[in-house]
Design a protein. Structure first.
Length: 458
């Protein structure tokens, strides 16, 4: 009876601890990793490092000097040598360690064994990056960071850089307009495309840039941010009037560059290789970021008269995409589908959009339109996005690299409030003043007159 009582006394806390661990792993994976997953995975890595490397084929024959030393001091069998391991650095989402590759190895050898290392050490994923020749870094992610997205507290983001999402390797995905000037963002309804756009606008609002919007859906997506926008077009005919003004602004900036550098005034803009970032800060105009929401509305026409207007707008968009970067004008084009069937100029415009972000789409052809020409292997990953995970997307660029990202939740009210608080940062661009949206004044709540009770009479 005493043994049974002792067993119950010991088994109760153990069962509670196991139940708590299971609950934390399901509902709070970050807490589970910090308390249970981190020490368990670290112990596995330390105890099985040599054998795992040997099983993955990442060991090499020891040097002759090492073989002679082992045979002279001991009678043990000379075993293959794994890559030299650095210090294990724990993080809130996983582990990091550096490996010095043995002679004859390359980073691709380690990357090919990432899936085996993941299972051997009991982590969610393993990513391999090259630090310098002969040294790679293993980034072990302990849990699915895209299930409950939490951005890092400190993100090194500079001017024209917006940490807009979290990558699957627990690193922030930063939209850098200086590196990737133009981008195409595709996604079906309720895929998270609007949330991605909110983060971009809210991240750029505190920076000294001009934000311009073209939203031909009556402005339902961009109108809440009107207080921070320098111009907004909500109809196709308004967009047809706004785009020539942006092209003229781009040409004026080229003239400024030519005047500063002493280039002849009649030199075509296409022959100028420098950009306005070489201008002195006191002469440099503010950068302009153009958001085009639902780009298909610009291409779709109903009459022959609309075709002429469509061709003009598409031509101006292509000019901005080809020449705008050197003038500090950047494009953010969004839509549900973007292919050659939209009309003349669609393929040429897409070819100028370096960055690609593909949310959940309705068919494989839409994913191929976004990623097929830059990262064909990413098309299947984009088609596998489930509707239960809005905000999940595949991001790539013309370098061929791609990764899964997910945008954290940001309410429309919070993004609009950020734009209202930074409304004083709207730059003075005289050419865009006719297109400045009307911002409704928030009514001030004033206490009404006191109501005096009246006696009830027959």
């Amino acid at each position: 009876m005493t043994d049974l009582t002792t067993l119950l006394e010991v088994g109760g806390p153990v069962a509670a601890l196991g139940g708590g661990a299971a609950y934390a792993r399901a509902k709070h994976p970050g807490v589970y990793w910090s308390t249970f997953g981190l020490p368990i995975s670290t112990a596995r890595l330390l105890s099985s490092y040599g054998s795992v490397m040997e099983a993955c084929g990442l060991t090499v024959a020891p040097s002759r000097l090492r073989m002679l030393a082992v045979k002279a001091t001991t009678r043990r069998e000379v075993r293959p040598v794994p890559p030299r391991r650095g210090i294990i650095r724990p993080t809130s989402t996983g582990l990091r360690l550096r490996l010095r590759l043995a002679p004859g190895q390359e980073p691709a050898d380690v990357a090919a064994s990432a899936e085996r290392l993941r299972h051997a050490w009991g982590v969610h994923a393993v990513y391999v990056t090259t630090v310098k020749p002969g040294v790679v870094e293993l980034r072990l992610v302990g849990f699915d960071v895209l299930r409950q997205v939490r951005m890092p507290r400190k993100v090194d983001a500079g001017f024209l850089q917006v940490p807009v999402a979290l990558r699957e390797d627990a690193m922030p995905f930063i939209r850098d307009y200086r590196t990737v000037p133009h981008q195409l963002t595709l996604g079906a309804t309720l895929s998270g495309k609007s949330m991605y756009l909110r983060h971009l606008i809210a991240g750029l609002a505190p920076q000294p840039v001009a934000l311009v919007g073209i939203d031909c859906k009556r402005g339902v997506e961009l109108a809440p941010f009107a207080s921070r926008l320098s111009a907004l077009a909500t109809e196709p005919h308004q967009a047809a009037e706004l785009l020539p003004v942006l092209v003229k602004e781009m040409e004026d900036r080229y003239d400024l560059i030519k005047a500063r550098q002493g280039i002849a005034p009649d030199t075509p803009a296409e022959e100028i290789t420098s950009d306005f970032w070489g201008l002195p800060e006191y002469e440099r105009p503010v950068p302009v970021v153009l958001f085009v929401d639902e780009v298909a509305e610009i291409f779709l026409v109903a009459t022959r008269k609309d075709e002429e207007r469509r061709d003009e707008m598409v031509t101006q968009l292509i000019r901005l995409a080809q020449l705008g970067r050197a003038a500090g004008i950047y494009l953010e084009v969004c839509g549900q589908r973007f292919g050659a069937e939209l009309g003349k100029g669609a393929t040429m415009l897409r070819a100028q959009l370096t960055g690609r972000v593909c949310h959940r789409v309705n068919d494989e052809a839409s994913a191929k339109m976004a990623l097929g020409d830059i990262a064909p292997e990413a098309v299947s990953a984009a088609c596998a996005i489930a509707p239960e995970r809005p905000g999940l997307a595949v991001a790539g660029d013309t370098s061929g690299g791609w990764s899964r990202i997910r945008t954290p939740y940001l309410s429309l009210g919070e993004a609009a409030e950020t734009c209202r608080e930074t409304a004083h940062l709207v730059p003075d661009l005289p050419a865009l003043k006719p297109f400045r949206p009307d911002v409704p004044v928030r009514p001030v709540e004033t206490p009404g007159p006191a109501v005096r009770p009246r006696p009830v009479t027959d």
